[in-house]
Design a protein around this ligand. Structure first.
Ligand code: 5AD
Length: 351
């Protein structure tokens, strides 16, 4: 029997953990006692830095137009069944104003990847920062040139989310068309970090062909890169994509991975993802109770939400109405956590 407690202790202390040991740990997901222990330790570790705080960020899905071709994602350029939309600057502003009125001070503008959005995005970031100087703005708009990232940073963007999707280049290649290159994606994260962004990486659990060795490698890779944010959610098939008939990722394996990455990166901001909420009853709570410390309610204008269908059945844990947010706060309190509406910077980026 693997001495999993000893491996976890070393992982938490940043001490040497062998790859085989990590792999064995990842594979112990089927043992309920082990999973409970790992999740408990993850909660302990997050409490050291964050107490019982959970950061709430308003998510605005600004456009579903995308030139990418990710085999798992419903927004891929090749999918012609999607009704494409793009919010106007005023609609983005209005979404943020509503969020601001509800007390939110952290917004995430997420959308498909396109090369043509440099100027308009800079403009809207500037407007948000001018009107609401006390908010943090996170962008999540795919791979862009250094110049574009620089332009957005100058406009006031604080953070950038760009999941690496897989730490294994060969696996990445099975999930993306040839025009998408693993090395380029990872290089983007390096550029973003250089430019002073708080960076967010991440991956899906249960993508077709993913092995326990690959999952162990995710932990190593993230521990080494040490991004400020990490998004981890289960793969969910989207019927209009090449991977539409593949099985979804397991909830337990997702929780195990969330917890292991939390233990390896005690200070990271880690969302309990919508994909998890979509896959499991009480998924948001399960994520929080596995070491996640961020929830990102959707504040996109309601009429666009169904069109942002990256996977089937996507929940849009809705909050344009104050009730949605109040309910979230209440539910978090019921499991012992305190929702916080501030900027929610990484501890190393506190000003
Ligand atoms: N299932 C789960 N997550 C997905 N994403 C995209 N498509 C899917 C899917 N079918 C995730 C990717 C992407 C993020 C925005 O959403 O990891 O980076």
């Amino acid at each position: 029997m693997t001495n999993y407690r000893d491996i976890l202790r070393r992982l938490a202390l940043g001490n040497e953990v062998g790859f085989r040991e990590l792999e064995e740990l990842v594979a112990l997901v089927g043992d309920e006692r082990v999973l409970d222990y790992v999740r408990g330790l993850a909660r302990e570790v997050r409490t050291e830095w964050f107490g019982n705080k959970v950061f709430i960020r308003g998510l605005v899905e600004i456009s579903n137009r995308c030139s990418g071709g990710c085999y798992y994602c419903g927004l891929r350029a090749e999918n012609c069944k999607v009704t494409r939309y793009e919010l106007s600057d005023d609609e983005v502003m209005e979404s943020c104003r509503v969020g601001y009125g509800l007390g939110l001070r952290s917004f995430v503008l997420q959308g498909g990847e396109r090369k043509s959005i440099t100027e308009q995005t800079a403009r809207v970031v500037r407007r948000i920062k001018e009107e609401m100087p006390d908010v943090a703005v996170t962008l999540s708009l795919g791979e862009q040139s250094r110049e574009t990232y620089e332009c957005w940073r100058m406009a006031g963007a604080d953070r950038y989310l760009l999941r690496h999707e897989s730490a294994t280049p060969e696996h990445y290649a099975t999930l993306h068309p040839e025009r998408m290159v693993w090395e380029e994606r990872v290089a983007c994260l390096g550029v973003l970090a250089e430019l002073g962004y708080q960076i967010g990486a991440g991956f899906m659990v249960g993508t077709p062909g993913q092995t326990t060795a690959m999952l162990a490698h995710e932990v190593e890779f993230l521990a080494e890169m040490a991004p400020q944010m990490v998004g981890i959610g289960p793969f969910i098939p989207q019927s209009d994509t090449p991977l539409g008939n593949m099985p979804r990722g397991s909830v337990e394996q997702t929780l195990m991975m969330l917890s292991l990455v939390r233990i390896a990166l005690p200070k990271a901001l880690m969302p309990s993802t919508t994909a998890l909420a979509t896959t499991a009853e009480q998924g948001t709570h399960l994520g929080i109770l596995s070491g996640a410390n961020v929830v990102m309610p959707n504040i996109t204008p309601a009429q666009y939400r169904a069109s942002y269908a990256i996977y089937d059945g996507k929940k849009s844990s809705g909050t344009e109405a104050a009730e949605g947010l109040e309910k979230l706060v209440r539910e978090l309190r019921a499991i012992g956590y305190e929702a916080t509406f501030g900027r929610g910077d990484h501890p190393d980026f506190q000003r």
